[in-house]
Design a protein around this ligand. Structure first.
Ligand SMILES: Nc1ncnc2c1ncn2[C@@H]1O[C@H](COP(=O)(O)OP(=O)(O)OP(=O)(O)O)[C@@H](O)[C@H]1O
Ligand SMILES: [Mg+2]
Length: 277
Protein backbone atom coordinates (compact mmCIF):
# COMPACT_ATOMS: atom_id res chain seq x y z
CA UNK A 1 0.00 0.00 0.00
CA UNK A 2 2.73 2.63 0.73
CA UNK A 3 3.59 2.65 -2.96
CA UNK A 4 0.02 3.31 -3.98
CA UNK A 5 -0.22 6.14 -1.45
CA UNK A 6 2.74 7.75 -3.14
CA UNK A 7 0.74 7.67 -6.36
CA UNK A 8 -1.99 9.69 -4.62
CA UNK A 9 0.54 12.47 -4.17
CA UNK A 10 0.14 12.75 -0.40
CA UNK A 11 2.91 14.46 1.55
CA UNK A 12 4.88 12.11 3.86
CA UNK A 13 3.06 13.11 7.09
CA UNK A 14 -0.35 12.65 5.50
CA UNK A 15 0.73 9.39 3.98
CA UNK A 16 1.55 8.10 7.48
CA UNK A 17 -1.93 9.05 8.66
CA UNK A 18 -3.51 7.29 5.71
CA UNK A 19 -1.33 4.21 6.20
CA UNK A 20 -2.76 3.81 9.67
CA UNK A 21 -6.37 4.63 8.92
CA UNK A 22 -6.93 2.85 5.62
CA UNK A 23 -4.67 -0.16 5.95
CA UNK A 24 -6.35 -3.34 4.75
CA UNK A 25 -4.93 -6.46 6.31
CA UNK A 26 -6.93 -9.70 6.49
CA UNK A 27 -5.23 -10.67 9.74
CA UNK A 28 -6.20 -7.42 11.34
CA UNK A 29 -9.61 -6.88 9.71
CA UNK A 30 -11.65 -3.70 9.48
CA UNK A 31 -10.43 -0.38 10.86
CA UNK A 32 -12.58 1.94 12.98
CA UNK A 33 -12.18 5.64 13.65
CA UNK A 34 -14.24 8.30 15.36
CA UNK A 35 -13.42 11.93 14.64
CA UNK A 36 -14.57 14.66 17.02
CA UNK A 37 -14.15 18.41 16.86
CA UNK A 38 -16.09 21.65 16.94
CA UNK A 39 -18.31 22.86 14.14
CA UNK A 40 -16.24 23.51 11.03
CA UNK A 41 -13.13 21.75 12.32
CA UNK A 42 -13.07 19.45 9.28
CA UNK A 43 -14.70 16.21 10.48
CA UNK A 44 -16.71 15.68 7.30
CA UNK A 45 -13.71 16.72 5.22
CA UNK A 46 -11.53 14.13 6.97
CA UNK A 47 -14.08 11.38 6.34
CA UNK A 48 -14.35 12.38 2.69
CA UNK A 49 -10.60 12.41 2.29
CA UNK A 50 -10.38 8.89 3.72
CA UNK A 51 -13.15 7.71 1.37
CA UNK A 52 -11.17 9.27 -1.50
CA UNK A 53 -8.04 7.36 -0.43
CA UNK A 54 -9.95 4.07 -0.26
CA UNK A 55 -11.58 4.74 -3.62
CA UNK A 56 -8.21 5.26 -5.27
CA UNK A 57 -6.28 2.47 -3.59
CA UNK A 58 -8.85 -0.32 -3.27
CA UNK A 59 -11.07 -0.31 -6.37
CA UNK A 60 -12.93 -3.43 -5.18
CA UNK A 61 -14.03 -1.96 -1.87
CA UNK A 62 -17.66 -0.96 -1.36
CA UNK A 63 -17.94 2.53 0.16
CA UNK A 64 -21.15 3.39 2.00
CA UNK A 65 -21.74 7.04 2.92
CA UNK A 66 -24.60 8.04 5.18
CA UNK A 67 -26.88 10.40 3.29
CA UNK A 68 -27.97 13.44 5.29
CA UNK A 69 -30.02 16.59 5.01
CA UNK A 70 -26.94 18.62 4.08
CA UNK A 71 -25.54 16.75 1.11
CA UNK A 72 -21.86 17.08 1.49
CA UNK A 73 -21.59 14.00 -0.71
CA UNK A 74 -21.65 16.35 -3.69
CA UNK A 75 -17.97 16.97 -2.80
CA UNK A 76 -17.30 13.43 -4.06
CA UNK A 77 -18.23 14.59 -7.53
CA UNK A 78 -15.44 17.18 -7.36
CA UNK A 79 -13.10 14.36 -6.32
CA UNK A 80 -14.09 12.46 -9.48
CA UNK A 81 -15.94 9.84 -7.46
CA UNK A 82 -19.34 9.07 -9.03
CA UNK A 83 -22.25 8.67 -6.62
CA UNK A 84 -25.11 6.21 -6.40
CA UNK A 85 -27.97 7.47 -4.31
CA UNK A 86 -29.75 4.54 -2.67
CA UNK A 87 -32.88 5.27 -0.68
CA UNK A 88 -35.71 3.57 1.14
CA UNK A 89 -38.57 6.01 1.44
CA UNK A 90 -39.96 8.88 -0.62
CA UNK A 91 -38.04 10.23 -3.57
CA UNK A 92 -35.50 12.70 -2.13
CA UNK A 93 -36.42 16.35 -2.72
CA UNK A 94 -33.34 18.47 -3.38
CA UNK A 95 -32.95 22.25 -3.39
CA UNK A 96 -30.16 24.76 -3.63
CA UNK A 97 -29.86 26.07 -0.02
CA UNK A 98 -29.10 29.64 -1.14
CA UNK A 99 -31.71 30.16 -3.86
CA UNK A 100 -34.30 27.52 -2.99
CA UNK A 101 -34.27 26.41 -6.64
CA UNK A 102 -34.91 22.73 -7.24
CA UNK A 103 -31.89 20.55 -7.94
CA UNK A 104 -32.23 17.56 -10.25
CA UNK A 105 -30.54 14.73 -8.44
CA UNK A 106 -30.57 12.46 -11.49
CA UNK A 107 -28.04 14.87 -13.03
CA UNK A 108 -25.69 14.41 -10.07
CA UNK A 109 -26.06 10.74 -9.17
CA UNK A 110 -27.48 7.40 -10.20
CA UNK A 111 -30.76 7.01 -8.29
CA UNK A 112 -31.73 3.64 -6.80
CA UNK A 113 -35.07 3.54 -5.01
CA UNK A 114 -35.32 0.45 -2.79
CA UNK A 115 -38.18 -1.05 -0.83
CA UNK A 116 -36.17 -2.96 1.78
CA UNK A 117 -32.70 -3.64 3.16
CA UNK A 118 -32.20 -6.64 0.85
CA UNK A 119 -32.63 -4.39 -2.14
CA UNK A 120 -30.17 -1.92 -0.65
CA UNK A 121 -27.61 -4.72 -0.32
CA UNK A 122 -28.22 -5.67 -3.94
CA UNK A 123 -27.75 -2.07 -5.09
CA UNK A 124 -24.37 -1.58 -3.39
CA UNK A 125 -21.30 -1.78 -5.60
CA UNK A 126 -17.68 -0.63 -5.74
CA UNK A 127 -18.15 1.28 -9.00
CA UNK A 128 -19.64 4.33 -7.24
CA UNK A 129 -19.80 5.82 -3.76
CA UNK A 130 -23.02 4.44 -2.28
CA UNK A 131 -24.84 7.26 -0.53
CA UNK A 132 -27.63 5.69 1.50
CA UNK A 133 -30.77 7.46 2.75
CA UNK A 134 -33.10 5.51 5.03
CA UNK A 135 -36.30 7.37 5.73
CA UNK A 136 -37.44 7.25 9.36
CA UNK A 137 -40.33 8.97 11.14
CA UNK A 138 -38.58 9.04 14.55
CA UNK A 139 -35.16 8.45 16.19
CA UNK A 140 -35.89 4.84 17.18
CA UNK A 141 -36.80 3.78 13.65
CA UNK A 142 -33.83 5.73 12.28
CA UNK A 143 -31.40 3.74 14.45
CA UNK A 144 -33.31 0.51 13.81
CA UNK A 145 -33.20 0.75 10.03
CA UNK A 146 -29.47 1.54 9.96
CA UNK A 147 -28.80 -1.35 12.32
CA UNK A 148 -30.83 -3.64 10.08
CA UNK A 149 -28.51 -2.70 7.24
CA UNK A 150 -25.40 -3.16 9.42
CA UNK A 151 -26.67 -6.53 10.64
CA UNK A 152 -27.37 -7.70 7.10
CA UNK A 153 -23.83 -6.70 6.10
CA UNK A 154 -22.34 -8.52 9.06
CA UNK A 155 -24.29 -11.70 8.47
CA UNK A 156 -23.47 -12.09 4.75
CA UNK A 157 -20.16 -12.92 3.13
CA UNK A 158 -18.67 -10.03 1.20
CA UNK A 159 -15.33 -8.40 0.50
CA UNK A 160 -14.03 -5.25 2.14
CA UNK A 161 -16.66 -2.65 2.96
CA UNK A 162 -16.25 0.78 4.52
CA UNK A 163 -19.08 2.63 6.20
CA UNK A 164 -18.86 6.38 6.71
CA UNK A 165 -21.29 7.71 9.28
CA UNK A 166 -21.17 11.45 9.84
CA UNK A 167 -22.97 12.79 12.94
CA UNK A 168 -22.97 9.46 14.71
CA UNK A 169 -25.01 10.88 17.60
CA UNK A 170 -28.07 10.45 15.35
CA UNK A 171 -27.49 6.69 15.39
CA UNK A 172 -26.27 6.25 18.97
CA UNK A 173 -27.21 9.28 21.11
CA UNK A 174 -25.90 9.33 24.65
CA UNK A 175 -29.20 10.43 26.14
CA UNK A 176 -31.30 7.45 25.04
CA UNK A 177 -33.94 5.75 27.16
CA UNK A 178 -36.33 2.83 26.66
CA UNK A 179 -36.46 1.32 23.19
CA UNK A 180 -33.75 3.63 21.84
CA UNK A 181 -31.43 2.60 24.69
CA UNK A 182 -31.95 -1.04 23.72
CA UNK A 183 -31.22 -0.22 20.06
CA UNK A 184 -27.98 1.52 21.04
CA UNK A 185 -27.01 -1.61 22.96
CA UNK A 186 -27.65 -3.52 19.74
CA UNK A 187 -25.50 -0.97 17.84
CA UNK A 188 -22.54 -1.59 20.16
CA UNK A 189 -22.93 -5.35 19.66
CA UNK A 190 -23.05 -5.12 15.86
CA UNK A 191 -20.20 -2.60 15.55
CA UNK A 192 -18.04 -4.96 17.59
CA UNK A 193 -18.46 -7.54 14.80
CA UNK A 194 -17.31 -5.17 12.04
CA UNK A 195 -13.57 -5.75 12.37
CA UNK A 196 -13.80 -9.51 11.91
CA UNK A 197 -16.20 -9.10 8.99
CA UNK A 198 -13.78 -6.82 7.08
CA UNK A 199 -16.03 -3.81 7.59
CA UNK A 200 -14.28 -0.53 8.36
CA UNK A 201 -16.29 2.09 10.20
CA UNK A 202 -15.45 5.79 10.06
CA UNK A 203 -17.64 8.10 12.08
CA UNK A 204 -17.75 11.68 13.32
CA UNK A 205 -19.51 13.71 15.99
CA UNK A 206 -18.90 17.17 17.43
CA UNK A 207 -18.46 16.07 21.04
CA UNK A 208 -17.55 12.57 22.21
CA UNK A 209 -20.13 12.74 25.00
CA UNK A 210 -22.99 13.17 22.48
CA UNK A 211 -22.36 9.56 21.40
CA UNK A 212 -23.33 6.71 23.69
CA UNK A 213 -20.26 5.47 25.54
CA UNK A 214 -21.04 1.82 24.73
CA UNK A 215 -20.58 2.70 21.06
CA UNK A 216 -17.80 5.29 21.46
CA UNK A 217 -15.47 2.85 23.16
CA UNK A 218 -15.74 0.33 20.30
CA UNK A 219 -13.57 2.54 18.08
CA UNK A 220 -9.97 1.58 17.62
CA UNK A 221 -8.82 5.12 16.68
CA UNK A 222 -9.95 8.53 17.87
CA UNK A 223 -9.13 11.63 15.87
CA UNK A 224 -9.39 14.89 17.84
CA UNK A 225 -9.80 17.93 15.62
CA UNK A 226 -9.82 21.63 16.52
CA UNK A 227 -12.01 22.38 19.55
CA UNK A 228 -12.56 18.71 20.44
CA UNK A 229 -13.20 17.74 24.07
CA UNK A 230 -10.89 15.04 25.35
CA UNK A 231 -12.58 12.39 27.52
CA UNK A 232 -11.53 12.40 31.15
CA UNK A 233 -8.88 9.80 31.84
CA UNK A 234 -7.35 10.04 28.36
CA UNK A 235 -3.58 10.29 28.19
CA UNK A 236 -3.97 13.07 25.64
CA UNK A 237 -3.98 16.55 27.19
CA UNK A 238 -6.89 18.87 26.56
CA UNK A 239 -4.33 21.67 26.13
CA UNK A 240 -2.70 19.79 23.25
CA UNK A 241 -6.05 19.66 21.43
CA UNK A 242 -6.81 23.31 22.26
CA UNK A 243 -3.66 24.27 20.36
CA UNK A 244 -4.78 22.59 17.10
CA UNK A 245 -5.38 24.61 13.96
CA UNK A 246 -7.84 23.69 11.19
CA UNK A 247 -6.34 20.97 9.05
CA UNK A 248 -4.59 19.23 11.97
CA UNK A 249 -5.64 16.43 14.28
CA UNK A 250 -4.41 14.31 17.14
CA UNK A 251 -4.66 10.62 16.43
CA UNK A 252 -5.03 8.39 19.47
CA UNK A 253 -5.18 4.60 19.50
CA UNK A 254 -3.11 1.51 20.11
CA UNK A 255 -0.71 3.39 22.39
CA UNK A 256 -0.10 6.09 19.78
CA UNK A 257 -0.52 9.85 20.27
CA UNK A 258 0.56 11.84 17.24
CA UNK A 259 -0.51 15.00 15.41
CA UNK A 260 -1.06 14.83 11.68
CA UNK A 261 -2.13 17.29 9.01
CA UNK A 262 -5.02 16.50 6.66
CA UNK A 263 -5.86 18.32 3.46
CA UNK A 264 -9.16 19.99 2.51
CA UNK A 265 -11.35 18.62 -0.29
CA UNK A 266 -12.86 20.63 -3.15
CA UNK A 267 -16.46 21.66 -2.50
CA UNK A 268 -19.22 20.27 -4.70
CA UNK A 269 -22.48 22.00 -5.65
CA UNK A 270 -24.59 23.17 -2.66
CA UNK A 271 -27.58 20.84 -2.25
CA UNK A 272 -30.02 20.17 0.60
CA UNK A 273 -32.30 17.14 0.73
CA UNK A 274 -35.37 18.51 2.45
CA UNK A 275 -37.38 15.37 3.18
CA UNK A 276 -34.73 13.25 4.98
CA UNK A 277 -32.98 13.91 8.28
N1 LIG B 1 -7.76 20.32 6.26
C1 LIG B 1 -8.35 21.46 6.00
N2 LIG B 1 -7.66 22.55 5.63
C2 LIG B 1 -8.28 23.70 5.35
N3 LIG B 1 -9.61 23.87 5.39
C3 LIG B 1 -10.35 22.83 5.76
C4 LIG B 1 -9.77 21.58 6.09
N4 LIG B 1 -10.76 20.73 6.43
C5 LIG B 1 -11.89 21.43 6.33
N5 LIG B 1 -11.66 22.69 5.93
C6 LIG B 1 -12.69 23.68 5.67
O1 LIG B 1 -13.43 23.93 6.86
C7 LIG B 1 -14.82 24.02 6.55
C8 LIG B 1 -15.64 23.08 7.42
O2 LIG B 1 -15.26 21.74 7.17
P1 LIG B 1 -16.21 20.51 7.50
O3 LIG B 1 -17.56 20.74 6.95
O4 LIG B 1 -15.48 19.29 7.11
O5 LIG B 1 -16.26 20.63 9.09
P2 LIG B 1 -17.13 19.77 10.13
O6 LIG B 1 -16.24 19.55 11.31
O7 LIG B 1 -17.70 18.59 9.46
O8 LIG B 1 -18.26 20.81 10.53
P3 LIG B 1 -19.74 20.51 11.13
O9 LIG B 1 -19.56 20.20 12.58
O10 LIG B 1 -20.44 21.82 10.93
O11 LIG B 1 -20.33 19.39 10.35
C9 LIG B 1 -14.97 23.72 5.08
O12 LIG B 1 -15.18 24.93 4.38
C10 LIG B 1 -13.68 23.08 4.69
O13 LIG B 1 -13.33 23.39 3.36
MG1 LIG C 1 -19.64 17.95 9.19
Amino acid sequence: MPLKLRVLGLRPRQRKLFEKLIQRDHHFGGVSLIATGQMGSGKTTLLQKLAWGIWNIYPEEVIIWRGMFSCQWTNFLELKMPVRLIYIGPEPIAVNPYTGDPVFLAELAELKPCSDINEVLGALGPDRVNVVYLWAPDPVSFTKSWLDLFEALVSRPHGWVSIFFDELEDLAPSSSVGELWAQVERAARIIKEFRKRLISFYAASQVYSDVDYRVFRKFQWQAYLRGARVPRGSRLWQKAVDALKTGWLWLVGGGEYTTYPFAPVPLGPPVLITNYK
